[in-house]
Design a protein around this ligand. Sequence first.
Ligand SMILES: Cc1ncc(C[n+]2csc(CCOP(=O)(O)OP(=O)(O)O)c2C)c(N)n1
Length: 619
Amino acid sequence: MSETTMAARAASRPPSPADLAGRPSAQPRTVTGAQSLVLSLEALEVGTVFGIPGGAILPAYDPLLDSVKVRHVLVRHEQGAGHAATGYAAATGKVGVCMATSGPGATNLVTPIADAYMDSIPIVAITGQVAARVIGTDAFQEADIRGITMPITKHNYLVTDPADIPRALAEAFHVASSGRPGPVLVDITKDALTATTTFSWPPTFDLPGYRPVTKPHQKQIKAAAALIREAKSPVLYIGGGVIRAGASAALCELVELTQIPLVTTLMARGAVPDSHELHLGMPGMHGSVAAVTALQKSDLLITLGARFDDRVTGELSSFAPLAKVIHADIDPAEISKNRVADVPIVGDCLEVITELTKALREDIDAGRGGDYAAWRTRTTKWKATYPLGYTVAEDATAIAPQYVIERIGALTGPEGTYVAGVGQHQMWAAQFVQYERPNSWLNSGGLGTMGYSVPAAMGAKEAEPDRVVWAIDGDGCFQMTNQELATCVINNIPIKVAIINNSSLGMVRQWQTLFYGQRYSNTDLHTSASGTRVPDFVKLADAYGCVGLRCEKPEDVDATIQKALEINDRPVVIDFVVERDAMVWPMVPAGVSNDQVTVARAMTPVWDREDDEAGEETP
Ligand SMILES: Cc1ncc(C[n+]2csc(CCOP(=O)(O)OP(=O)(O)O)c2C)c(N)n1
């Protein structure tokens, strides 16, 4: 092609978003709806979009090709796009973005959208929709994704007029990231994408009725401070809201000031460094004995960004029976939802903690601080008496899964990011990696989504390429979304995957062992036991262009992890063939009181004499 023809072609093509963004003009520009969408994403400073094109969203993919600001990562399944957006957001606090076409593309996003909703993660999902005039006619690839996602999004939009695109996008980002974060869906019809419109930025928007209260009421702060002052055995019950609010540093200050023992829920791991002496661990079904017991015997729960989830409370009616409750949350709907709060505080966790610290400091300076020394002695003793641990299998040649996870954490260190799937390995990853910083632990806590780990790790690594990002996955979970390894290889996103391969759906098998008389109905995956390897994970990794490693002996664990840590030019997948019958302990069986926390099979803690005398013991 001659130079003149090329110049003529360039002149005749529609201006790219980058061309447009570069033009110094405050004037509205004439563009297509699709260009307006890409310009909006650029204006919102979106770094990466994860998605897959298709008929209805195709007009948007054309100008996206020319964007110099927005990188699009082509995933292999829309579920991967959604979890990648979630991982991106959970690692950084920024809004994650995913994109899909109408119908099946959009419905494949349903699981990650529900996942982000349950875990309060800010993502914006952009979907193509069939042309406005055929909506409701069962048109090809039509699905009412707005209706489908209504109960699992914070808000959602159907955009049929191209003029509304910038405003809808700006609002979506605002709603997703403000107040209690969550997913927002923007469904745009194909005709809105192809029609001509004007683009100007910033759009004006007004959201009457959406005014998240971030500033706590002083009266409630004072009431909370009074309860804290009077308490004898208070516990800071810390939830994921503290991490979402970026309030970890402020929280540490509060802990230092008050010297009150604390627990961090599954979602709040890392909110206070695990190494802190007042940290009692994670409460809940698989929580540490010290954390579970401290909540049970406490006289005041200072609840910050936590929601009394059933996995934490066990049987609600017997949860923390002696405790008064201070409950601070950005979402008023959470307060007194499960457990009635004596002092409800609506507000952003950072602001609440800052105000509470101020009030308590005044008390302490005036010599009116609480005295919790005796309580600390008790909680510290529980921590020392019942540390987290595991017994190695009778067959000493088998690898304990907990050991693998412990070593990954120890050899990688606190600057790493650890992403888990769902199951036994998730609980062990929550228990045996030492978390020292917020946002270092990503998992699907609320929905419990198998398949979360590989794509979420991909999103986290894309967001923070300088960190070591581990996907600690189960052999079952891995088989749900491992195809995103192809995405990682092609887009140079070198995550590390540790498959904790017990050849079964381990967590379900654990319940079958404990509650179904060892009848193992449909939990055998044949991924390694007795030599069957369907699939062979090392060959699978190899086929994707990753480095595949296998580790079958305890003495090789460290060297294998080290080898993986040294490879940075492509993803690494390690098949850790582990002992099959290992179980997650401690455990509070579903639906019973937390007093019945079990340290290991049929072993409940024996409380100290002081507790016995106080008549607090529950057999
Ligand atoms: C999408 C989905 N389907 C089913 C379940 C139910 N479930 C919870 S844990 C689990 C087993 C997970 O097995 P694996 O990934 O091998 O991990 P392990 O428990 O062995 O560590 C299953 C099937 C789920 N949480 N998510």
